[in-house]
Write a protein that binds this ligand. Structure first.
Ligand code: SF4
Length: 473
């Protein structure tokens, strides 16, 4: 056993000496359960991490570390359940408001997490091995050719391989995602297990262009869905969340979003851009997830990154020279981080994800008083959840704020909802924003269906076009 390489990995992931002394044995056990070998550690430490993440930044190392802490806990879930800890999983959008409140009240008696996304992030972004659990599913139920979502397949794979137990309850959302709730049903039917899912949904039946959060009936309906889901979770876990606690979580998430917005504002208005789009997206994702390892650590990582970015700006440092073109993206595939690197190697910043660039509008107070209606209205300000025409308006707002040279859509061709939005919105954005738009077919969770060679020409030609365009404008 080459213990030292596991230790080196933890060092790169921002663990201090004292933490390494306690966590190293646990990390070795966790890595084995995740299918990671000593060779995988070598590859991550020597090649994959330094190529894709700015490890000189303590904030980025801490962000990597918090995902590592979360998966280490995930690998101990069987034990936690045996010890009587209530296990609650989330799915997308994971409503961090409620999970945060539940965790604050339940403390060590409750475990809240979103295992699928933590596993895919860790295995893909830090080891280039996202297929560990997906392949298990490919071999028996949902074959690779069916082109289903790698994220939800990871949920099934993790359960099939016994990495995770059935949670006491999973709160599954059908508001943006039609696959996640179906996956819960499949797990129950296929594995004949006790996978207890609470399902909340809302039909996509608004008019094109409707500003959905202004629709009081719709907000009241979603608020009732959330309230009802929360009641069902209470029944299973015995953890009662008061309105007061929801309000305080709303304040926390608002503060976190303001900081994420500030970070985007800083990074995307600086030339050279000090953080890569992979890094901004990895951080942005944190505002949508329930973290069992705690939100305090998440906020610490964010604060540290902000300070370091301010320093980089003062020193005029970036991953590319000043003047490099900037390409905004619907959702940068940071679990396939070589896509961003390939653009960078061609002199283009894959700059930010619209999905995670919190808009000014998202942070403004809503017209509602009831905390559940406030949550509903906030959700309905997120592109990706609302009708296509309103999504376009929200995206225009982000483009106006972060002024990219061009936009890139794609990497969601498996997704029955957002994948369609990408194709339809591309033309609308080009017409209204008067900046070029590009589209790349691909899968943001899993790159087994495409390799660097497949994208090389496409990335080179987009980059060439953008550099020429920048020169003549
Ligand atoms: S990527 Fe699409 S299909 Fe997969 S979980 Fe997210 S919303 Fe659902």
């Amino acid at each position: 056993m080459q213990e030292s390489i596991y230790k080196e990995f933890l060092q790169l992931a921002g663990f201090d000496q004292e933490e390494i002394a306690t966590c190293l044995p646990e990390w070795i056990v966790a890595a084995k359960k995740l299918g990671l070998t000593a060779e995988d550690m070598h590859y991550a430490v020597r090649e994959w991490l330094p190529k894709h993440w700015n490890l000189e930044l303590a904030g980025i190392r801490k962000c990597i570390g918090l995902y590592i802490r979360e998966v280490m806990e995930i690998t101990k879930l069987h034990q936690h359940k045996q010890n009587g800890i209530k296990v609650i999983f989330g799915s997308l959008p994971a409503l961090p408001f409620i999970f945060q409140a539940i965790k604050r009240i339940g403390g060590n008696e409750v475990f809240v997490s979103y295992p699928d996304i933590c596993l895919v992030t860790v295995l893909g972004s830090f080891f280039h091995k996202p297929s560990v659990f997906i392949e298990k599913v490919d071999s028996c139920t949902i074959h690779a050719g069916c082109s289903h979502c790698g994220l939800v397949k990871t949920r099934l794979g993790a359960k099939m391989t016994q990495l995770i137990p059935s949670p006491d309850v999973i709160w599954s959302w059908g508001i943006a995602c039609n696959e996640a709730p179906k996956m819960d049903e499949l797990i129950n039917c296929y594995l004949n297990t006790d996978w207890n899912a609470v399902f909340s949904s809302v039909p996509h039946d608004t008019y094109l262009g409707e500003v959905e959060e202004e629709n009081e009936e719709r907000c009241a309906y979603i608020a009732a869905q959330i309230r009802d889901g929360q009641k069902q979770i209470e029944k299973v876990t015995g953890i009662v969340v008061s309105e007061e606690q929801i309000r305080s979580s709303l304040e926390f998430v608002d503060r976190f979003m303001r900081k994420v917005h500030y970070l985007h504002d800083l990074a995307c208005h600086a030339d050279p851009q000090p953080l890569s789009g992979n890094e901004l997206s990895l951080i942005g994702q944190m505002m949508t997830l329930p973290f069992n390892t705690g939100f305090a650590y998440v906020e610490e990582a964010l604060d540290l990154t902000i300070k370091e970015v301010e320093m980089l700006i003062a020193q005029k440092k970036g991953s590319l020279p000043a003047g490099a073109p900037r390409l905004g993206c619907y959702f940068i595939p940071f679990c396939v981080p070589w896509v961003e690197r390939m653009f960078r190697e061609n002199g283009v910043n894959l700059s930010f994800s619209t999905f995670y660039a919190a808009t000014r509008k998202l942070m403004k107070p809503t017209k509602y008083q009831d905390p559940y209606e406030i949550m509903a209205a906030k959700m309905l300000r997120m592109p990706g959840i609302v009708n296509i025409a309103y999504e376009l308006d929200l995206t225009f707002e982000i483009i106006k704020e972060l002024h990219p040279d061009a936009m890139l859509q794609g990497f969601y061709n498996f997704d029955r909802w957002m994948g369609v939005h990408h194709r339809i919105t591309t033309k609308g954005m080009e017409e209204e924003m008067k900046i070029p738009h590009f589209y790349i077919e691909g899968n943001m969770w899993d790159d087994r269906a495409y390799r660097t060679e497949d994208l090389k020409t496409r990335v080179e030609s987009i980059s060439h076009f953008l550099k020429m365009n920048k020169m003549i404008s």
